[in-house]
Design a protein around this ligand. Structure first.
Ligand code: GTP
Ligand code: MG
Ligand code: ZN
Length: 313
């Protein structure tokens, strides 16, 4: 048996990197389960696998997936019962957002953060395209950044095309496995190209009319960086449907609300209609942001509607 790590999934083929840096095209045999959840693909980028190599064709057959240390998962496309694992076994997640061209809304950010918190994956918010922001948008950026920093999330402002903030990103990525996610057209692949020139990843201008991306990156892929890190570039997603977390647990993944739970009257308070709820009081008094609380309510109230909120292409 050979060992390796999945660096790209393209449907039926899995590209696996071995310890001596060979890339082997593999198929799979057998079933791989993710905690009883149906997933769109049995393996994700970042999975550690074992395979048998056919020396003649230099292709492999994967028969074993090692347990995952963590993963970023979301509800998939229109198949509401299926889940999509964006990446597995990562050290950190980099959520890229843009406040213009196209606009990323806080609810999307919060949904992603909940998914990352659920597996204790440190998440960093990268605001890209700051070269395009008007003074009004720059104000909005300052407010959002302050809000997320107060909760404890690291925030970075960058412009991938104007080379602003790139050295900070480079440092953060060194010697770590990082998954990068966000909407389509926000500059994920552009940033990877700047960090690691020579990869020549495909990028496309966002469409003028819809201010949305064109889903240029179609398969997640892990790239090796000279700084000793690995970055997983993923296809843009429209929404981030929460899966596999119970209602009463959602609040655990909003750190500023979780910290208040001991002060709520009920120890299983879901901070909605309960009396003497410390979170609701904190929202009224401005210690917990309205926008975070709104995201929280939307997650616990709209689970059923989720497939409409997270429609993908
Ligand atoms: N002005 C400006 N444009 C940028 C910046 N970063 C990326 N872009 C442009 O945004 C467009 C989309 O970039 P991509 O890198 O293809 O976006 P992506 O996030 O990889 O998109 P998907 O692969 O579809 O998920 C390209 O035309 C880039 O040149 C930036 O910092 N400033
Ligand atoms: Mg891309
Ligand atoms: Zn409460």
């Amino acid at each position: 048996m050979e060992k390796g790590i999945v660096i790209k999934t393209t449907g039926s083929w899995y590209h696996v990197r071995t310890a001596n840096n060979e890339i082997i095209d593999c198929k799979i045999r057998g079933k791989f389960r993710t905690k009883g959840i149906k997933t769109t693909s049995p393996l994700a980028v970042g999975d550690n696998v074992e395979f048998t190599l056919d020396k003649q064709t230099n292709q492999g057959v994967i028969s074993k997936r090692h347990n995952r240390k963590n993963y970023i998962i979301r509800k998939s496309i229109n198949l509401s019962k299926q889940a999509h694992v964006l990446a597995a076994n990562v050290d950190q997640a980099l959520l890229m957002v843009t406040l213009a061209y196209p606009k990323t809304y806080p609810e999307f950010i919060d949904r992603f953060l909940v998914s990352a918190e659920a597996y204790r994956i440190p998440a960093i918010i990268v605001f890209n395209k700051i070269d395009l922001y008007t003074p009004k948008v720059l104000n909005e950026l300052a407010e959002l950044k302050l809000m997320y920093e107060q909760i404890g999330y690291k925030c970075i402002e960058i412009s991938a095309t104007k080379n602003i903030g790139i050295s900070t990103v480079n440092e953060i990525l060194s010697n770590k496995i990082t998954v990068m996610a966000g909407h389509s057209g926000i500059g994920k692949s552009t940033l990877v190209n700047v960090i690691q020139p020579g990869l020549n990843l495909k990028t496309t201008e966002i469409s003028e009319h819809h201010e949305s991306g064109k889903h240029t990156t179609t398969f997640p892929e892990m790239h090796c960086l000279d700084n000793g890190g690995y970055i997983i570039d993923t296809p843009g997603v429209k929404g981030f449907g929460i899966i596999d977390i119970k209602d009463e647990e959602i609040g655990h993944y909003f750190p500023e609300m979780f910290a208040l739970l001991p002060e709520c009257q009920y120890n299983n308070c879901i901070h909605n209609h309960e009396p003497k709820c410390a979170v609701k009081t904190a929202v009224e008094q401005g210690q917990v942001s309205k926008s975070r609380y709104k995201s929280y309510l939307s997650i616990i109230n709209n689970k059923e509607d989720e497939k409409f909120r997270t429609v993908d292409y």
